[in-house]
Design a protein around this ligand. Structure first.
Ligand SMILES: CC(C)(COP(=O)(O)OP(=O)(O)OC[C@H]1O[C@@H](n2cnc3c(N)ncnc32)[C@H](O)[C@@H]1OP(=O)(O)O)[C@@H](O)C(=O)NCCC(=O)NCCS
Length: 322
């Protein structure tokens, strides 16, 4: 039961690793949103300056039985290692998950990290392996978000007439970049994270441009923002990703700036993004903390339903941890 590195230079090995991970996840979570193969492959083959990423596996010959990934952030949260472990359903409860975890912990420690963070996602009233395992390896729950799904089309939500919607796809146009960056950084500072003690990434123009270029290779990136007609002040934005060729979209950030709250801009911006989607995109995924009452209510009122509970978990690691 050796844990080895995935040979990321071998296309067949990459495919086998990805397929095993997908099978392992789908066994417990029919509504899981998985990163598309192309997007994952880009990460596996083209290193980022903001994170050191490693992929591990347990194999029996060419058959991949378990997978794990390690992400060491390099620009902020330098004490954290992000991890994920998946074991194919017929090979569980034989210690593979723990073996992968132990290797992740050894690497996190060697990289000077003091905590490992990950996600344990479960279907409400469904199998609870994720939480059982994370408790067994000493991880504690720090924050919960709900994963919600909606079928498209949704009834349109109008925009308060005091505002206009400014929308773009792909790279943010130059004339809006300063305002967009200010809102993105406000979002990173404002989003509720429960007991997670994390440093928000600060975007500058160069980092935004790099992220836009990487994301556009795998996704149709759509942004809808609201601007107040009277003074041009920006009230918020909503960021949506559609993996190339997919039948679903993935709703990322939606922010309404503090002084613009109370105008139902969140629903209006989401609705504006969905209205422009091609007809074959029939599902939207999103995540919201149940404690974020305003956004949770906005989502359920629009027609989203909760399909999964995602627990963000964290374990201490390091030379002093036995
Ligand atoms: C969670 C998962 C990785 C565990 O893999 P595994 O190879 O079965 O794990 P191990 O055999 O090493 O189990 C280690 C311990 O975790 C706990 N555990 C594992 N599965 C469990 C379950 N279904 N219910 C309760 N506890 C469980 C047990 O304490 C177990 O020790 P034991 O078998 O001696 O009782 C696997 O079930 C999986 O891939 N699930 C889907 C993806 C996922 O949830 N990943 C984890 C996110 S943190």
């Amino acid at each position: 039961m050796d844990v080895t590195d995935l040979d990321t230079s071998d296309p067949d090995a990459r495919r086998r690793w990805y397929d095993a991970q997908e099978r392992a996840i789908r066994a417990d979570r029919p509504h899981a949103l998985l990163e598309a193969y192309g997007a994952w492959e880009l990460q596996a083959t083209q290193p980022s300056e903001h994170a050191d990423r490693q992929w591990l596996e347990v194999r029996d010959g060419d058959e991949v039985l378990g997978t794990a990934s390690l992400e060491l952030p390099l620009s902020e949260n330098l004490d954290v290692a992000w991890v994920e472990v998946n074991v194919v359903a017929g090979h569980r409860r034989r210690g593979l998950g723990r073996a992968l975890w132990d290797e992740l912990a050894a690497r996190a420690t060697a990289a000077g990290r003091s905590r490992m963070g990950g996600e344990a996602t479960v279907v409400p009233d469904g199998p609870d392996a994720a939480r059982g395992f994370s408790a067994a390896v000493g991880a504690v729950e720090k924050h919960r978000e709900d994963h919600l799904l909606a079928d498209l089309p949704l009834p349109a939500a109008g925009v308060d007439p005091a505002y206009e919607v400014v929308a773009w796809r792909g790279r943010c146009p130059d004339e809006h970049r300063a305002a967009y960056l200010a809102m993105r950084n406000q979002m990173n500072a404002d989003v509720p994270v429960g007991d997670l003690d994390l440093e928000a990434a600060v975007l500058d123009d160069a980092r935004l441009a790099t992220s836009e270029e990487r994301l556009m290779r795998s996704y149709d990136v759509r942004v809808a923002a609201a601007r107040r007609r009277s003074d041009g002040a920006w009230g918020g934005y909503s960021l949506l990703f559609v993996p190339h060729g997919a039948d679903h979209a993935w709703q990322d950030d939606t922010l309404v700036m503090p002084e613009h709250r109370g105008h139902r801009l969140g629903a209006a911006l989401k609705s504006a993004s969905y209205a422009g989607l091609p007809a074959d995109v029939s599902l939207v995924h999103t995540w919201t903390a149940p404690s974020n009452t305003a956004m949770h209510r906005t989502n359920t009122a629009m027609g989203f339903r909760v399909v999964e509970h995602m627990y963000e978990v964290e374990a201490a690691v390091g030379p002093s941890i036995a």
